[in-house]
Ligand binder design. Sequence first.
Ligand code: ADP
Length: 260
Amino acid sequence: IEVVGAPIFTDRKLLKGAVLVFYDITEFKNVETMRKDFVANVSHELKTPITSITGFAETLIDEDLSNPEINRQFIEIIYDESKRLQVLVDDLLTLSKLEKEEHRLTLTDMQLSKVVTEVLPGFTQKVTEKQIEIVASIDDSICLRADRDKIKQILINLLANAINYTPQYGKVRIIAIEKEDMVQIKISDTGIGIPEDVAHRIFERFYRVDKARSRDTGGTGLGLAIVKHITELHGGNVSVESKLNEGSTFTVSLPKNNKL
Ligand code: ADP
């Protein structure tokens, strides 16, 4: 609570009383704390790859360059870490654009099965490497009015996670069902699952169950925050059901006839 006060005087300039105004600034403080946390997180996330890039570049400058194998190894690390920075900055820009774009969705009518067919080829390489089976069974009759690029982004982020957090020979399924005026898209995997006590946190920016694992798979910790943001912009919601070591199912519910 913040208090602002002012004295009240009589006509003869004698103190008569005072006016005190109490402001409830809880909400403001929360936003302020979140903003500070976010800046701290971003700085930390940027710092890790930058430290690595500078360190390896310095070694290359200082050392004699007679061992081409080592040189190449260091250059590859510098390249990988630069890529990581690029993905991180792209995700940050996506989030910041989403925040600015409130109420500025480009709505079109679309057939969901078609959108899914368009994003699947992007995963061919990874799926083949890990020998993961992807099954998409979406009835051609399922249509919705939404922002096509953003729906693609949701599918890409959820599919990338399903594939990344599922071991070799696993299975990923995409189905969709119509429920009254909503379409529910369900993406399930037979992966590592999420511990029950932290499941509610995974949509927070930069929250990861296992930092090292997320890093190894090129994760930024922002994918699900982006999914949640896009879903809510459409007036929908996203949830997760998961069992440790068995798998997870993410459900995105979107209104069929968006009139936003
Ligand atoms: P990341 O870039 O780390 O994948 P996300 O925001 O996409 O970031 O996800 C946040 C965290 O939620 C991940 O680090 C991971 O711990 C967990 N997670 C997300 N999807 C899955 C999944 N399908 N199976 C298991 N864990 C998952």
